[in-house]
Design a binder for this molecule. Structure first.
Ligand code: NAP
Length: 335
């Protein structure tokens, strides 16, 4: 009999998420009902947002204790009871941390057979599109402007800085640790990257952005947002993408300079969800692919092998041990 391993949330975290909040178990092998497909998981996206889902309903349903952990994944149709999909086709689905899941065929998105499939989670997936739409359509930087991005070595951040460079801007990252920051500059071509754990964020940011900050792509919220706001230029734009510094916290902090800074500096602070720009995805994909071909964007993926390692892939991501788009490989790309 085929095995269907599943990773279940034993209990929801109060504060820091640890590997002990999860449990690996053997589940039933699912079967497709009318209008459904069984999908064999190939790659699971591991995202900071997975932790936010445990704090209650966001732009999607909340994750509950006892659930097989929710995820966005790429898989192969193993069985179909719907004319829209055939076995062997590659799909993206809202799925679970499991070898196999059943989903309604109408909710499965058929993907082009682009190889490697991992690109559909990184540059051509949510990470690349979030970076593109957030920067191009919300931040709208002009050539010569200074763009700052936090979580700069993460899945969205690596693309934000590289897109900023491709658009002719100065790109400055903020990340945790000197090694990571050196890597962001040397390997990804950012103009500078500041270690927020070094204790001098305000001073170092000022030195790295001598003409002030025109666009801040905020992935973290909290005290880093507060610090950056002080250095925004008049009519600057703050792209609110996420608040990863708050996800593991029971007492959210900062920024304390709101709305003062927004008023005095005439800032535009705008949140967005990547799906808001679905009608512009095709253009995003074309531009991103072109920049990759021209060598302006390097695609960095951080692949953890094995379903059983999904909990440590997520807790490690929240502790900052990833470089680039983190994902878990559950099965090899089909030949
Ligand atoms: P990621 O960068 O792959 O992982 C999170 C990174 O955040 C870690 O590597 C860590 O790097 C950093 N971090 C963790 N705790 C931190 C803290 N207390 N202070 C500062 N940095 C911290 O995550 P991602 O997938 O690119 O996501 C980035 C943000 O975008 C998240 O807030 C996510 O929720 C959001 N997001 C939004 C959308 C949307 O549609 N709006 C879509 C996708 C993602 P360091 O070592 O540098 O600390």
């Amino acid at each position: 009999m085929t095995q269907n391993r599943q990773v279940v949330i034993r209990e929801l975290p109060r504060g820091e998420l640890t590997n002990d909040h999860f449990e690996l178990r053997d589940g039933e092998m699912p079967a497709a009902g009318e209008g459904e497909v069984v999908v064999r998981t190939i790659l699971m996206s591991i995202d900071a947002a997975n932790r936010a889902w445990m704090q209650g309903a966001t732009y999607r349903e909340a994750v509950k204790a006892g659930d097989v952990m929710h995820t966005y994944s790429i898989g192969e149709v193993a069985e179909s009871k719907d004319d829209r999909l055939k076995p062997g086709e590659i799909v993206a689905v809202e799925a679970r941390w499991a070898d196999y899941v059943t989903v309604k065929a109408k909710h499965a998105q058929k993907l082009p057979d682009h190889r490697p499939l991992s690109h559909m989670l990184s540059i051509l997936g949510i990470a690349g599109k979030t970076a593109y739409h957030g920067l191009v359509n919300v931040g709208r930087p002009e050539p010569g402007e200074t763009v700052v991005v936090s979580a700069a070595a993460g899945s969205v951040g690596i693309f934000v800085g590289q897109i900023a460079k491709a658009l002719g801007c100065r790109a400055v990252g903020i990340a945790g640790g000197k090694d990571k920051c050196d890597w962001v500059v040397k390997e990804l071509g950012f103009d500078a990257c500041i270690d927020y754990r070094g204790g001098n964020l305000f001073r170092e940011l000022k030195a790295a952005c001598p003409n002030g900050i025109d666009v801040y792509f905020d992935n973290v919220g909290g005290e880093i947002l507060e610090t950056v706001l002080f250095q925004m230029n008049q009519k600057g734009r703050v792209v609110c993408c996420g608040a990863v510094s708050q996800y593991n916290s029971t007492a959210p902090s900062g920024p304390r300079n709101l709305p003062g800074m927004v008023v005095v500096k005439r800032l535009r602070m705008e949140g967005f969800i990547v799906m808001d720009f679905a009608d512009r995805d095709e253009k995003a994909t074309q531009e991103l692919m072109a920049w990759v071909k021209e060598g302006k964007i390097r695609v960095v993926e951080d692949v953890v092998e094995g379903l059983e390692n999904a909990p440590r892939a997520l807790t490690g991501l929240l502790a900052g041990d990833n470089r680039g788009k983190r994902m878990v490989r559950v099965a090899p790309d089909p030949v």
